[in-house]
Design a protein around this ligand. Structure first.
Ligand SMILES: [Zn+2]
Length: 431
């Protein structure tokens, strides 16, 4: 009996050894994809499993050569014409030594980053090698942006940065039939931008203008560079429980999430860089460093903005509303400006999904969100302190509530000392 067991174990060990050896030799390149962004072109090599690779550049003509060892191509040799100004084409060669060679032809000597990403099973992502060919931004281009922002600020324009979640390599939430969060939110955000462009006092920017990945840090950086007065990140949710539905509005919490679901969602959205592949070390934890006095005012405005978005969506009856919540979203750590993250519904719920995939519905959602943005700037006009004219029957407490502030803050701003007395028709500074 004992002998038989030993033999069985021994056979098993050999089988394991064989199968590991076999799969190392059998690594396959299962796909090559690329995305063109304004500041880089990303090329992704999908592998059936992690593998060792080398890379180098060659000149005449300019090339990046990547060699993945002990790997074969799942498909025949191919040529992908990119021609986007940064990359000419991508070619594959199966070398005799059992090495898969990928050649990236370039118009000029490249600046690039290369890194590998492990399997991300939750979103069905295989092991990948990612190559970002970077476009150098010249000092004159940077200067042009600074000048533009300065002009907008001088004209007291309300600068709105809208952030369509995910993109490119990172689809966000996924539903059967190739329904991707990245596409739905992009459509809503583009619609929002079109509506806001019609407003003379508003200048609007999108953090991405197409289907490519933008790291969470880069999204914040764009908002900072553009001197945003308001930042809105737009997403669509998914949950294990299929009956969960409705829209949610979040603003940043430094303390923590308002409930377990909010925490789980923040973690899922923060993982975008794992899926989308920000290069290692790209994330900086600015949250703790920049915590200052201004913070409280910004948080209060964010909370007020969240309430306005919630109210607009609720009144539009476009979707069921869940509560306004706080959570630690990486993308909301833009603490210099009021910022909210909106989840427009659940792709995992059939009713929500049906609505979100209808373009007329997305248009209406965009209208509601824009309505909230405009209302926010009525309350907090850019360039001048917000003023509230006291109406009959109002108390300081009620006014503070309506503007998402505190009685003490109003008293300090208006030099009221210890008195709570206000008069009908009195103009109170709000911020
Ligand atoms: Zn998302």
């Amino acid at each position: 009996m004992k002998g038989k067991l030993l033999v069985t174990l021994w056979v098993l060990a050999v089988l394991i050894a064989l199968s590991t050896g076999d799969s190392v030799a059998g690594t396959r390149v299962v796909g090559i994809r690329y995305w063109t962004a304004p500041d880089h072109t990303r090329i992704v090599i999908d592998l059936s499993r992690a593998s060792v690779y080398k890379h180098r550049t060659l000149t005449q003509p300019h090339r990046i050569v990547i060699e993945v060892q002990r790997t074969v191509f799942a498909n025949k040799a191919r040529r992908i014409n990119v021609k986007d100004g940064l990359v000419d084409r991508i070619r594959t060669n199966a070398l005799g030594s059992g090495t898969a060679q990928i050649v990236i032809d370039l118009p000029e000597s490249p600046t690039y980053k290369i890194f590998s990403l492990d399997k991300y099973p939750k979103r069905g992502k295989p092991d990948r090698i990612v190559i970002d060919v970077l476009r150098a931004v010249s000092e004159s281009e940077r200067e042009a942006v600074r000048k533009r922002v300065k002009e907008l600020k001088e004209k007291n324009k309300a600068i709105v940065v809208i952030d369509p979640g995910h993109g490119g390599e990172d689809p966000g939430a996924v539903a059967r039939g190739k329904i991707y969060e990245k596409d739905i939110v992009f459509d809503v955000c583009r619609e929002m931008a079109q509506l806001l462009e019609k407003e003379p006092q508003v200048e609007v920017f999108l953090t991405r203008k197409g289907d490519y990945y933008v790291s969470l840090d880069r999204r914040q950086e764009i908002a900072r560079q553009m001197g945003a007065d308001l930042f809105m990140s737009v997403h669509v949710n998914a949950a294990e429980a299929r009956k969960v539905r409705g829209a949610e509005v979040f603003f940043l919490s430094m303390k923590g999430a308002s409930d377990a679901a909010a925490k789980a969602l923040a973690e899922a959205e923060n993982a975008a860089d794992l899926v989308g592949g920000a290069s290692a070390g790209a994330r900086s934890d600015i949250g703790a460093i920049l915590y200052d006095l201004n913070r409280e005012g910004t948080l209060r405005k964010s909370s007020q903005l969240a309430e306005l978005v919630h109210a607009k969506l609720a009144r539009s009856k476009l979707t069921r509303m869940r509560k306004v919540k706080q959570a630690r979203f990486q993308v909301l750590r833009t603490i210099e400006m009021p910022a909210v993250l909106v989840e427009l519904g659940f792709l995992s719920n059939s009713a929500d999904r049906e609505e979100l995939t209808r373009s007329s519905h997305r248009k209406k959602l965009a209208q509601a969100l824009v309505g909230a943005v405009l209302q926010y700037f009525e309350q907090f006009p850019v360039g001048k302190p917000a003023v509230h004219v006291v109406a009959r029957g109002e108390s300081l407490w009620r006014i503070a509530q309506a503007h998402g502030t505190t009685v003490q803050h109003l008293k300090d701003l208006n030099g009221m000392g210890s008195s709570n007395r206000i008069l009908v028709g009195q103009r109170l500074r709000i911020n």
